[in-house]
Design a protein around this ligand. Structure first.
Ligand SMILES: Cc1cc2nc3c(=O)[nH]c(=O)nc-3n(C[C@H](O)[C@H](O)[C@H](O)COP(=O)(O)OP(=O)(O)OC[C@H]3O[C@@H](n4cnc5c(N)ncnc54)[C@H](O)[C@@H]3O)c2cc1C
Length: 416
């Protein structure tokens, strides 16, 4: 039986960083990975470009994880976005910042991030054992026994579970770590999709699949409330809506759908102008450009492909000249331009989500070390921990930061 100081289960970003950090301190470390490669999900991130972190402040990072955010304050301070960028640049990977502080490798290829991790694992002599799927974890007299589905046994003084969540299961993240944590009496909170496309009831929207609405404002309505969320790009799909502004807000919307059922989504096509100002603008334009067709005029405010479907739904003839549009029609148009109402009637399955919200309960993990409060020398890192961030590089930073702290703490605890 092979014996190690630290066994890391899962070679995603969290597991790789944990192993590197543990090995850097002179420990004998093994990574056990069920795939035949490291970072299978990492390769898919950021549409293959890997949005590995964000340049925003610590407070924004915490806010992006919602009610689960404060748990990550210590790890984001201990290994910050800047520390992560320094790490990759030290190993020769140049980075660049894009819109909203999103950080990518200059190569625009996730595989360059994976190469760096692989090289550093090699540099520190970490054993990486592929095609090893952990099935059972036992602790006997302070030593962990890790047993694979093929009954291969590894022994280790510390174990770091970095098996990810349950999204994009074909990448290997099928939730094994949750089951294993439960065998040690850990609570796993309800697994909900985070960063997930949403279903819209109106069939005409489905026909507009592939259309991107640039920089639209998003609000939701439930009960008697209407709440502004944020602005950004929205993608129409064959089932509803996706794109950055949806994925960024979906965690909260999924929660609200759970409580209230169907919600109203309002799309503001001209968020930079108030309702009142746009109303005045329409009156003036309709007078000045009275001979223009409504369809031609609306290209100022709507993507071309949306004009006919919207006007059809309102039973207004797109060929009408502006001077033929009634006041009632103009006011209805104003309302639609400032808040096209759509019915949000669900979301795609968790397997299609970017990240798993929910996981091993934060209450049972020491936020300074990532060690289990129930089992000594058992650590957690990455998406296996409850709490998920919005899109923008926040989840990968969480994986790297928790991995760093878990790898580092496993060492410290051993030496003390
Ligand atoms: C399509 C997509 C795009 C994304 N884009 C971004 C982005 O641009 N920026 C961002 O911040 N986040 C992004 N995310 C989220 C990000 O990928 C995850 O937050 C991150 O990968 C979590 O890292 P992890 O190491 O915790 O888990 P994972 O990356 O899921 O790694 C877990 C590893 O554990 C292995 N494993 C599981 N069970 C076992 C077992 N029993 N035995 C051995 N090994 C096991 C798996 O095979 C896997 O390799 C994206 C997610 C998806 C799905």
């Amino acid at each position: 039986m092979k014996k190690y100081d630290i066994a890391v289960v899962g070679a995603g970003p969290a597991g790789c960083m944990a192993a590197i950090q543990g090995a850097q301190q002179g420990n004998k470390v093994i990574v056990l990975e069920r795939n035949d490669m490291i970072g299978r999900k990492l390769l898919l991130t950021g549409n293959g470009r890997c949005n590995l972190t964000n340049s925003s402040s610590l407070e924004v990072f915490i806010e992006k994880f919602g009610k689960n955010g404060s748990f990550f304050r210590d790890v984001f301070s201990e290994f910050s976005n800047q520390d992560l960028m320094n790490f990759f640049e030290k190993y020769g990977l140049k980075l660049k910042e894009e819109k909203d502080g999103r950080v990518f490798p200059v190569t625009e290829k996730s595989k360059s991030v994976v190469y760096v991790l692989l090289n550093v694992l090699n540099e520190y002599d970490v054993d990486v054992c592929f095609n090893y799927r952990l099935e059972h974890l036992q602790k006997v007299s302070d030593i962990f026994k890790l047993i694979s589905t093929k009954k291969e046994v590894v022994a280790a003084q510390s174990v770091i579970l970095a098996t990810g969540g349950v999204t994009y299961k074909f990448t290997g993240s099928t939730g094994d770590g949750f089951r294993i944590a439960e065998t040690f009496q850990h609570q796993v909170t309800s697994l909900q999709p985070g960063g997930v496309p949403l279903r819209v009831g109106e069939a005409w929207v489905h026909d507009l699949k592939g259309v991107t609405l640039e920089n639209v404002g998003l609000s939701i309505g439930y009960g008697n409330k209407k709440k502004f969320l944020s602005s950004g790009n929205l993608l129409l799909t064959h089932f509803g809506v996706s794109g950055p502004v949806i994925l960024d807000n979906s965690n909260m919307i999924v929660e609200l759908i759970g409580v209230h059922g169907d919600l109203q989504l309002y799309i503001d096509f001209v968020p930079e102008i108030s309702l009142e100002a746009l109303g005045v603008c329409l009156v003036e334009d309709f007078q000045k450009q009275s001979k223009k067709s409504l369809k031609t005029y609306l290209t100022n405010h709507l993507p071309n492909s949306m004009i006919d479907p919207i006007l059809n739904n309102m039973s207004i003839d797109p060929k009408k000249k502006l001077n033929q549009v009634t006041k009632k029609e103009r006011l209805s148009l104003l309302e639609i331009l400032k808040g096209l109402p759509l019915t949000l009637c669900g979301y795609l399955s968790i397997d299609k989500a970017m990240v798993t919200c929910g996981g091993v309960s934060q209450r049972e993990i020491n936020p300074r070390t990532m060690e289990s409060k129930l089992v000594g020398n058992l650590f957690f890192a990455g998406e296996i921990i409850a709490g998920c961030g919005g899109s923008g590089g926040y989840n990968l930073q969480q994986a790297f930061s928790t991995g760093y702290v878990a790898g580092n703490s496993a060492v410290k605890l051993k030496k003390n």
